[in-house]
Design a protein around this ligand. Structure first.
Ligand code: PLP
Length: 297
């Protein structure tokens, strides 16, 4: 991975990412201290959990002698954008397999990916549902030759190992660490990186995300050999479902921006933060609890 290693230096990644305390009256009233782990600042094009998930996949791809990355995503996928950027910076060709039909002109996400050299191809929705099946992957190999396959959302064993580094970078003592959850990879890794007595909460951004628990369990067993047993998932803060927004969530985002000058990504991060404040108000955290919120993008 010689080329890739030198590219990491040129990329100027902000690692370890900063940890900032958030001073907020509501949390103070409930005796809670909240710090934000600002993974969103790691890199403008490969931010947050995207970098964490790609890091060990890039070295695995290079070690296995691959020069092409292939992955899957919807037309607005952050993971597609980040994989295109990683391919560009680390010297891999990249192929994005997009759900549904091609629409020209490309939307800004796909136009960005194409601009970073990603070759885009499309699968109808029925085939896309079977994207990880042996037949679909075989057909992609027949079309594109050899490639290193990253699953949709980028959640696999190397991704979980990369996410386990998030808590290990945090020097201060904390009790609970929180992240948004879409495929479960980030939570699986974060929870595995905790010390005894610490626990993790994932906030599902999906309506009907009850399958996530099984996914986190599967990923932890594959990546670390066992389930760390120190995590839970909150299912009450999806605010209408994936990429949907309730008026309450929008009001929370606006008020948060006004109080703290930070605009929260509404698809993932805002739902977690909204959930943390709601749990604090409900008295779920004991007074004195030190909470870290991972700003994943
Ligand atoms: C900004 C952001 N936060 C959180 C997540 C959810 O992470 P995971 O899919 O590992 O649960 C994603 C999706 O990967 C994301 O883009």
């Amino acid at each position: 991975m010689g080329g890739a290693r030198s590219a990491i230096r040129e990329l100027d990644l902000r690692l370890p990412s900063p940890v900032e305390e958030l001073h907020d009256d509501l949390l103070a009233r409930h005796g809670i201290r909240l710090h934000m782990k600002r993974d969103d600042l790691i890199h403008p094009e490969i931010p947050g959990n995207k970098w964490r998930k790609l890091r060990y996949n890039l070295s695995a791809a290079a070690d296995l002698g691959h020069d092409t990355l292939l992955t899957f995503g919807g037309a607005y996928s952050n993971h597609i954008r980040a994989t295109a950027a990683a391919g560009y910076y680390f010297g891999f060709s990249s192929i994005g397999v997009i759900r549904g039909e091609e629409h020209i002109p490309l939307n800004p996400s796909l136009a960005y990916a194409a601009g970073r050299g990603m070759r885009l191809t499309y699968l109808d929705r029925a085939t896309y549902r079977r994207k990880h099946s042996t037949e679909t992957v075989k057909a992609l190999h027949e079309q594109f030759g050899e490639f290193y396959l990253l699953p949709e959302g980028g959640s696999n064993e190397p991704a979980a190992q990369g996410c386990a580094e998030i808590p290990r970078e945090i020097d201060l003592n904390f009790d609970v660490i929180c992240c948004p959850s879409g495929t479960g990879g980030t939570l699986a890794g974060i929870a595995a990186g905790l010390r005894d007595g610490q626990r993790a909460i994932g906030f599902s951004v999906l309506k009907g995300g009850q399958f996530l628990g099984a996914e986190v369990n599967r990923l932890q067993r594959q990546a670390f050999g066992s389930n760390s047993g120190n995590w839970t998932i909150e299912h009450d803060f999806h605010c209408g479902g994936f990429a949907k927004k309730s008026p309450e969530l929008q009001a929370f985002i606006d008020a948060f921006e006004e109080r703290h000058g930070l605009t929260l990504d509404w698809v993932y991060v805002a739902k977690m933060m909204y959930g943390i404040f709601a749990l604090a108000q409900r008295g779920v955290f004991e007074p004195g609890t030190r909470v870290v919120a991972v700003i994943t993008g």
